[in-house]
Design a protein around this ligand. Structure first.
Ligand code: IMP
Ligand code: MG
Length: 180
């Protein structure tokens, strides 16, 4: 079953390319925060693998790693308000916060999440994403750190899912929309 599915997906980014890029971004982050420490907040579920890889490559002191889970609540008329399914259990006041996301698409999630965390008065707040689809953006959200800019394709693997599946793939694959 899994093998049949796998053949349908073309590899977009290999495991080796991801490893290399994550180390590169971690080095940049470590140098930018030199002399400081940071709190890393991964956005569940997609960012669980990237967060684990990233924190192990950072050389800057990581005070703690926490996770947040959000969903956008679609009201009758409104277009999605962000609600916490799981809030962090860390006090971020006066701290350097690094939000780690799997992919920035429209930018709606991170724009709102950043604002919600800013209200808690951190010293600084930055965003690090594994993948970025800037062509899909509906606002001015720009991640501070991004491993890969990708075209408007639906991708899976390295934590990203399609209907809950394929998060465990070590590489990143494009989900085909045709019926091949
Ligand atoms: P947005 O930036 O608020 O539109 O939402 C980004 C979220 O949409 C990500 O955190 C993913 O959960 C999901 N997403 C967007 N594009 C993809 C994709 O290509 N593959 C898997 N999930 C995606
Ligand atoms: Mg996500």
């Amino acid at each position: 079953m899994r093998e049949t599915k796998l053949k349908k997906f073309d590899v977009m980014i290999s495991e080796q390319e991801i490893d290399r890029k994550v180390d590169e971004i971690a080095a940049k982050i470590s140098s930018d925060y030199e002399g400081e420490s940071i709190i890393v907040i991964g956005v569940l579920t997609g960012a669980f693998i990237f967060t684990a890889d990233l924190v192990r490559s950072l050389t800057v002191p990581v005070e703690t790693v926490d996770f947040v889970q959000v969903s956008s609540y679609e009201g009758d008329k409104s277009t999605g308000n962000l609600v916490f399914k799981k809030d962090i259990s860390t006090d971020i006041e006066g701290k350097n916060v690094l939000i780690v996301e799997d992919i920035v698409d429209t930018g709606r999630t991170l724009k709102q999440l950043k604002k919600m965390f800013e209200e808690r008065n951190p010293k600084s707040i930055k965003i690090c994403t594994a993948f970025d689809k800037p062509s899909r953006r509906v606002n001015d959200l720009v991640p501070d750190y991004n491993c890969f800019t990708i075209p408007d394709k639906f991708i899976v693997g390295y934590g990203l899912d399609y209907d809950g599946k394929y998060r465990d793939y070590k590489d990143v694959r494009i989900v085909r929309t045709d019926d091949e």
